[in-house]
Design a protein around this ligand. Structure first.
Ligand SMILES: Cc1cc2nc3c(=O)[nH]c(=O)nc-3n(C[C@H](O)[C@H](O)[C@H](O)COP(=O)(O)OP(=O)(O)OC[C@H]3O[C@@H](n4cnc5c(N)ncnc54)[C@H](O)[C@@H]3O)c2cc1C
Length: 383
């Protein structure tokens, strides 16, 4: 009997599930993606966009391109999810699936910190990154502050990379001596889930560039008129330009669906990504997968992608009865841009117990080149 796979979200994870299933499933089965944005933006490239290394066109692709690959695309806002019935409402219209995949990512909530949204710019969206680029182009020296406004956010390396890329750009623009760069993080160390060795290496990379690092600074308030920040530990900071990572939470429609556990995110089986509802899967940033060391698996595209591969294989198997079952194994890696055409590289098994086994490679030109190849390859392969 013909079946429908309904995929909520056409970001990194949703795209991979959709294209993998379309390749595997016979044509009588429908693969439907629901996405609010007309264009997909490749998030790792936003870091190059802020210093002018990329423009929006280079890193975006129309989601409608999936249609020519046999995937049905519904563009609209999902306002309701009923996981028990595998039904959703999109702009007032009901849709249902035999299999439901929730890949709706994280919602950014700067409003959780009073004043933050008006005080600076965040690089987690295309519009935000473009605003950072514009503000940076007009910056002629002074105090640049980078800030993570909560300890859990997507791509734990990103704010450290942003600091190093902006530092390099300040030298290229002959204003390094006039620029003080401070990075305040809510977390106790860079990329803490990757272990103390990786944390130490990233901290050294940042500090070796004269960037002042202030861990365990949870921002509580920003005052855009006075250009000041206040932290839970009583510290205060001033800035001329503020670049921040906003607090993250599960999207409203997910919070209202009854799917979120105590963590505030969706709980799933860590291998199959199945929720407590039959034939309902969730993956990527919208889930929280607890690790033995007491912190969750980081939110990153590399995990969303690999989880999506496992989910697609298991759904295809459930529908056709063919193929092997698959489980996400916790493997992942990332590049850490350090400026000047160099990057470091860290990777390993985040499901290893009692602590993840992650190794870090020293920054070099080849890791930056590898990241550029990854960007080009990813956009070509999935569009
Ligand atoms: C600057 C930056 C750099 C990064 N670099 C890296 C990197 O180098 N490596 C790495 O692994 N990760 C990186 N990441 C993280 C990575 O982008 C995310 O972890 C990844 O995109 C998560 O995939 P996802 O499918 O879970 O969610 P997303 O890719 O965010 O997709 C979610 C989709 O759901 C849609 N959506 C949400 N709500 C609704 C709704 N109600 N109705 C309709 N559609 C909706 C959204 O529009 C979105 O397209 C980076 C992130 C940023 C911001």
């Amino acid at each position: 009997m013909a079946q429908t796979v309904l995929i909520l979200g056409g970001g990194v994870g949703g795209l991979v599930v959709a294209k993998r299933l379309r390749k595997t499933l016979p044509r009588e089965h429908r693969v439907v993606v629901v996405e609010r944005r007309p264009s997909f933006v490749f998030p790792p490239s936003l870091l190059w966009l802020i210093t002018g290394g990329r423009n929006a066109e280079q890193i975006s692709r129309p989601v409608s391109r999936l249609v020519s690959r046999g995937v049905e695309v519904v563009q609209g806002e999902i306002t309701r999810i009923d996981p028990a019935r595998r039904e959703v409402v999109v702009d007032g219209r009901a849709l249902a699936g035999d299999h439901l995949v929730i890949a709706l990512g994280a919602e950014f909530a700067p409003e959780l910190v009073p004043g933050l949204g008006e005080a600076g710019h965040n690089f987690c969206t295309l519009a935000g990154a473009e605003a950072v680029r514009e503000a940076w182009a007009g910056f002629t020296g002074g105090r640049l502050v980078l800030l993570t406004a909560s300890p859990v956010y997507q791509c734990p390396a990103a704010p450290y990379e942003a600091a190093m890329l902006l530092e390099h750009s300040s030298r290229k623009r002959n204003m390094r001596e006039k620029t003080q760069i401070d990075l305040y993080s809510a977390e106790a160390a860079p990329m803490p889930v990757a272990g103390p060795e990786v944390s130490k290496a990233v901290r050294q990379m940042v500090e070796s560039k004269g960037i002042r690092y202030h861990p365990e600074h949870q921002v509580t308030k920003a005052d855009p008129a006075a250009s000041t920040l206040e932290f839970a530990n009583g510290a205060k900071a001033t800035y001329d330009l503020l670049v921040y990572v906003p607090p993250h939470r599960a999207p409203k429609v997910v919070r209202e669906s009854g799917l979120c556990g105590e963590s505030g995110w969706i709980s799933v089986d860590r291998g199959t990504l199945e929720t407590k509802f039959p034939r309902v899967y969730a993956l990527g940033d919208v889930v929280s997968i607890p690790l033995k060391l007491g912190k969750p698996l980081p939110k990153a595209g590399v995990f969303a992608h690999r989880e999506a591969e496992a989910v697609a294989r298991n759904i295809a198997r459930a529908i056709t009865g063919k193929g092997q079952s698959a489980a996400f194994d916790g493997e992942g890696e990332c590049f850490i841009e350090s400026g000047g055409g160099k990057a470091g590289f860290g990777g390993g098994n985040f499901y290893a117990e009692p602590v993840p086994e992650v190794k870090m490679r020293r920054p070099g030109f080849r890791w930056h080149a590898a990241k550029v190849l990854m960007e080009k390859g990813w956009l070509r392969r999935w569009f």
